[in-house]
Design a binder for this molecule. Structure first.
Ligand code: F6P
Length: 359
């Protein structure tokens, strides 16, 4: 008997179900032994509290196109891993206990950076763990792509497209805030795909003088409207010069809902232009996975299952230069993958006339 656990951890995305389908279908087809699947509910919480359900091949049918996660998810912050739960339970010991009690051979963990750190810890504690790179943010180190990213870019691009027509009719400046946590992958890709005039990302601190100049130049050229895409983590040159502590204090003291409001207020003050703000928010994590995500999620699921059947653990499935590969969990844990400010897409976008607010 091959006994495996599945859990989805952290913020959801469109391709979690498609990935689990890939794992389970492969195990059922390729395993020489009967397979028992334990689906843990709400991420690591299910493993801590033994909240699971027995699943079989049929539970994964029809999941290729279904967004969200049928298992539910939650965040179990890595930095609180050794802090007991409110009821005094030691999280790591409880997870090890559940794993051993159920006699699991492997735990498949679908999660982003924080969740991968926890997966690495469990692996160091002796559990057989395989991680799969989930996140719309595409910020997982060790893989060129994460599942969720392309679907999210698709939603964000559609939002920019729709804003384009109304911005142009009214001759307005629009500030559109795009998700991505501390990195700028989604805003960069969606900004280019949606024909943004300005893209502000955390990796390239901006100077408001440059942003204002773009708007004024477009006005002079008769363009009437300007689309400013801002990453939720966009940062000005002044903010980038602050210490980590000072910057955290500044963000905590913000009275506006998010960075787009601060940037829009500043543009308003300096240009007097009519401005609107659009924040697609969690729509960027919702709905169906796009075709590329369905394919990549399936590849990740299949490769993870094959690794398990070979008896290989303690790695994350990854894609590098178009090839599927495995990266040791300890190499991935705790590292973020940032946009390279000198990278091809930034360089090409600049050549096209898109401003990143840095010059
Ligand atoms: O990590 C995915 C993500 O959507 C980020 O882009 C965003 O910063 C964060 O999660 C939002 O988290 P929550 O769903 O907890 O509001």
């Amino acid at each position: 008997m091959l006994r495996v656990g599945l859990l989805t951890s952290g913020g959801d995305c469109q391709a979690l179900n498609a990935t689990m389908r890939g794992i389970v279908k492969t195990l059922y087809r390729q395993s020489d032994e009967p397979v028992e699947v334990y689906g843990f509910e709400d991420g690591y919480q299910g493993l801590i509290y033994e909240h699971y359900r027995m699943m079989d091949n049929r539970d994964f049918s029809g999941l290729l196109t279904r967004g969200g996660t049928v298992l539910g998810t939650s965040r179990t912050p890595f930095k609180l891993l050794d802090t007991p739960e409110a009821d005094g339970i030691n999280k790591v010991e409880a997870m090890k206990h559940t794993y051993r009690k159920l006699k699991l051979d492997c735990l498949f963990m679908l999660g982003g950076n924080g969740s991968t750190k926890t997966a690495n810890r469990l692996s160091e504690e002796g559990l057989n763990v395989i991680a799969l790179p989930k996140t719309i943010d595409n910020d997982t180190w060790g893989t060129d792509l994460t599942f969720g990213f392309t679907s999210s870019v698709e939603v964000a691009t559609r939002c920019i497209d729709e804003i384009h027509t109304t911005a142009s009719s009214h001759g307005r400046v629009f500030v559109i805030e795009i998700m991505g946590h501390k990195v700028g992958w989604i805003p960069l890709y969606a900004g280019v795909a949606g024909g943004a005039d300005v893209i502000l990302i955390p990796e390239i601190p901006y100077d408001m003088d440059n942003v204002v100049r773009v708007i004024e130049e477009r006005d002079k050229a008769g363009s009437r409207f300007t689309i400013v895409v801002v990453a939720e983590g966009a940062i000005s040159k002044e903010e980038a010069a602050l210490s980590k502590k000072e910057y955290k204090k500044l963000v905590a003291a913000r009275t506006t809902p998010s960075v787009a409001y601060d940037i829009a207020a500043e543009i308003d003050k300096r240009t007097g232009r009519e401005i609107r703000i659009a924040v697609p928010g969690h729509t960027q994590r919702g709905g169906q996975p796009d075709a590329q995500d369905r394919i990549f999620a399936t590849q990740c699921g299949v490769e993870a299952a094959l690794g398990c059947l070979e008896g290989k653990f303690g790695f994350m499935v990854a894609q590098k230069k178009g090839k599927m590969t495995r990266v040791p969990l300890k190499e991935v844990a705790g590292k973020l993958k940032y946009v390279d400010p000198e990278g091809d897409l930034v360089r090409e976008a600049k050549a096209l006339g898109i401003s990143f607010g840095d010059e």
